[in-house]
Design a binder for this molecule. Sequence first.
Ligand code: C2E
Ligand code: MG
Ligand code: MG
Length: 555
Amino acid sequence: MANIPEKYAAKIVSMMQADEDTIHLFWSPAENAVIQLTSTIFPEDVRDPLDYMRESGMIEESSLPVFDVFCAKIESGILSGTDTNSAGTDVSVKLPDSDEFVMCHLYALFLRGEDNKVTDVHFNIRPYSLKEQFDRDVLRCFTSDKNPKLFSRRCANTVKANPDKNIAFIQFDVERFKLINETYGVEVGDELLQFFNDSLALVCTEEQPFCRLTADVFMIVTVFDKRDDLVAFIRKIESMLCGYNDMEYRLVFGVAEVDDRTAHTRRHGDNASLARQLIKGNALENIGFYNSNMKSKLQQTQAIEDDMHKALLNGEFLMYLQPKHSIKTGKIIGAEALARWQHPTKGMISPGDFIPVFEQNGFILKLDSFIWEEACKRIRSWINNGIAPVPISVNVSREYLQTFDVVEKVQSLLKKYDVPISLLELEITESLDGIGVDDIVKRMKDAGFTMLMDDFGSGYSSLNMLKTTQFDVLKIDRSFLSEFMESARGRKIIEHTISMSQDIGLDIIAEGVETIEQAEFLSECGCDSAQGFYYSKPIPVAEFDKRLVEINSKQ
Ligand code: C2E
Ligand code: MG
Ligand code: MG
């Protein structure tokens, strides 16, 4: 055993004697060599057993994601040399003398030289017997996801055992997990959760208890030094858990740092949960830290949720219209439909308060359908009353795109009210949450709809996406316009964005135009369409009708 440091040799020999079914290997990453001790499962010239196992098809496909996490853990151990002494996982492996995959335990122990650098990895593969597999499954039920009581005790122990250290309760779940079940099927959803469980077993140490609480919600408790270290740990979990089978999903984390050590662990868990729920839907950040203001925010959210169904039935939601104008002629060339909530006791609630809540709880689907129908009704009433109609654009939430067939829904409304397709336009915000909308937009365009990209330049959309976009119109966001207009350089950027977009055949409309200077500047840049307070705020439909007739009938 030339490469095995003396101090490990005796222990390893005894391990080998103790269980004969286990396949033992030594792998010297530095020397690029594998020594096979008890088996010839790999060809002679194998340099990296992990690569070989992956590429030769020895690992069953369903085990590959966990195997990859295992490999990453080994690699990080070899490279960093300090934080990991071993890694183990269960994967389904086909051994060379067999045609079938069997569940095996893979285990890697890092052997270190004088300077604590990893010189060799003692790597072993042990097939489980059927009895062991059964026991293991039973044990898993009791030790992880099915036994929160045990977990709660372990959390309490962690808090107690570390009186002088910082402790955090971390909760995470998958944003819109329901969509994964709907898109890929419940079985794949379950596999994903099992993968999370297996990966956490690899990432977390003995001192970092974790548990699946319910559905897709997991919790981990950890000791940490500084906030930065805690964030680094969370990012590590995130990178290990994302990208299962190339699926696109996003994890959302809530963190409660333990302040009161006498409080029940449940309270820290609840605080982490609150932080997680409140960070949901935030496109830029996916780690929320609990603070005491969050409780009142939650109460507001709950009040909205309590009232929303009744509100729809009672007709408290209203469609307001904000005109879009031609800068040159001043005429109304269209309108955007914006929802308002006329609450019986709280007065007018603005969309900024309720749309994010509805996007979270799915109620946005109902509100969107309602507004689209109102828009169709309005157009029909213009036509019936001899008012020259202008197109109304409606907002389509991304939730809708993923869940329902928007094309079918809108087409049926157009038919119901006999509205030409050119008069109902669709606005979608292009955001960077990992789920592309290109295909859906293309389908809508193919069906004949005019597609507007909302909030262009607000930070989510990028020039890069112009390359492949299927949209017809860009709506320049208010913040882009107001911020960039402040400097000469910014004005150049607006000017070029407009001319470039027009060059590639996109129309442009500017949102949030508040001053005559802005309108004139846009006009100079070649953009003739504008929407904003300079022209009009969003107004009730009756008022809009009046303005439409007055302004557009002028010569
Ligand atoms: P949005 O689609 O980008 O709508 C434009 C927002 O900018 C509206 O805010 C409008 O009132 C505001 N705005 C327009 N001109 C000006 C201006 O000159 N200055 C300023 N400061 N603001 C201006 P609103 O009505 O509060 O709606 C906010 C957002 O809520 C909308 O942004 C849209 O994303 C969402 N929303 C509103 N109604 C609906 C709806 O029915 N369905 C969906 N899915 N989202 C909606
Ligand atoms: Mg909009
Ligand atoms: Mg907008």
